[in-house]
Design a protein around this ligand. Structure first.
Ligand SMILES: NC(=O)c1ccc[n+]([C@@H]2O[C@H](COP(=O)([O-])OP(=O)(O)OC[C@H]3O[C@@H](n4cnc5c(N)ncnc54)[C@H](OP(=O)(O)O)[C@@H]3O)[C@@H](O)[C@H]2O)c1
Length: 329
């Protein structure tokens, strides 16, 4: 099969197209023929070897968590999935297997969700990593609920685009940081109060918007950008900083959070929660309760350029790589 592979860790230039062996199904998993693969910041971190703490890489390695496509093979013992089903999955790259920048990817069946006919493969591909992590932060950790105030740091990114919408779906009011040129975008996603983090004092703007304090902060940016946020929160509030893997990142001072009565709960996507979250995201999209982030669509062969864009940190919504358009929308 065709795949964008790397033979060693390095910059975007190490990604190159190659013919490699197609994966085969084994008990409990399926092979998905990939139509679209979504690009996440974790992909460039995987390309640079940052995921070595989670699994041992085997070269040639294929990065990429998310994909949507059609089931090509079903392993022994798998129930409820059949060859030809249109599906979405975060795949098995998080387990150290080859990822989704390829014509075929292996995925444990429990993390493969069938798509209703009216949900397109390109829309579905945006859901797994960004959507499940936003779900984890907003609901599992953050307990968003009607009447609560939620601040999303980084609302124009993949994870932020979902966090805004999920918090609104929960009935919360939402403020979000982004560049001024993304105000229309985050407002379209439902944000009530966009804040330009490049101008003025972000915390003053939050204080004005939520004079009684904020209930939940979903921080998708990290890198020390929100370490003073406890000052604008209610006692009993929750901060969900999403794990960036960036070394030596300045973090909220635990003593200061404790004094403010705020819980800081480091948040990453959790394997056991992924099946429930992905099903819920597909259902919400199918029912029109959420929409998908803006998409920039590029050919698989341009994966290196996609990595340069994502690594620069200002993509709006998601980048999708087209692997096989003939599988349909
Ligand atoms: N461990 C996990 O389970 C997990 C899962 C998902 C994501 N993550 C991590 O979470 C982070 C975000 O992921 P993502 O997919 O959402 O990234 P992304 O889509 O690449 O985020 C890009 C967005 O970040 C915004 N941004 C950049 N600097 C900002 C700042 N200082 N303040 C506010 N917004 C800013 C940009 O908006 P503007 O252009 O308007 O500046 C841009 O739209 C990454 O580090 C990723 O690795 C971890």
């Amino acid at each position: 099969m065709r795949a964008m592979v790397l033979d060693d860790f390095g910059g975007p230039e190490v990604l190159h197209m190659a013919e490699i062996e197609r994966p085969a199904a084994s008990p409990g998993n399926v092979i998905v023929q990939v139509a679209y693969a979504a690009v996440n910041p974790a992909d460039w971190k995987a390309r640079e070897g940052w995921l070595s703490r989670y699994f041992q890489y085997t070269f040639p390695f294929v990065v990429g968590f998310d994909s949507a496509g059609v089931i090509a093979e079903v392993g022994e013992g798998v129930e409820g999935l059949a060859v030809g089903d249109r599906v979405v999955t975060p795949g098995n790259q998080g387990l150290g297997e080859r990822g989704s920048y390829a014509e075929f990817v292996r995925a444990d069946a429990e993390r493969v969700v069938k798509l209703p006919d009216h949900v397109s493969l390109s829309d579905a591909a945006t859901l797994p990593t960004a959507g499940m992590t936003a779900w984890e932060a907003t609901f599992d950790v953050g307990q968003a609920a009607p009447g609560k105030t939620v601040v999303v740091n980084g609302g124009a990114g993949g994870t932020g685009s979902f966090a805004i919408q999920l918090a609104k779906m929960a009935g919360a009011s939402v403020a979000t940081t982004c560049s001024a040129h993304n105000f229309d975008y985050v407002t379209r996603l439902g944000a009530d109060h966009p804040i330009d983090y490049r101008q003025g004092n972000v915390y003053d703007s939050i204080r004005e918007w939520a004079p009684n304090g904020v209930d939940l902060v979903v921080d998708t940016v990290g890198q020390g950008t929100f370490v003073d946020v406890v000052d604008v929160m209610k006692r009993g509030g929750i901060v969900a900083p999403i794990g960036t893997l960036i070394p030596d990142e300045p973090a909220i001072d635990p003593a200061r959070a404790a004094a403010a009565g705020v819980s800081v709960i480091p948040t990453i996507s959790q394997f056991p929660n992924q099946p429930r979250q992905l099903r819920a995201l597909v259902d919400a999209l199918a029912a029109g309760k959420i929409s998908v982030p803006d998409q920039t669509v590029m050919p698989l062969a341009e994966a290196a350029e996609a990595h340069r864009l994502v690594q620069a940190g200002h993509v709006r919504g998601k980048i999708l790589l087209v692997v096989d358009e003939s599988l349909g929308q």
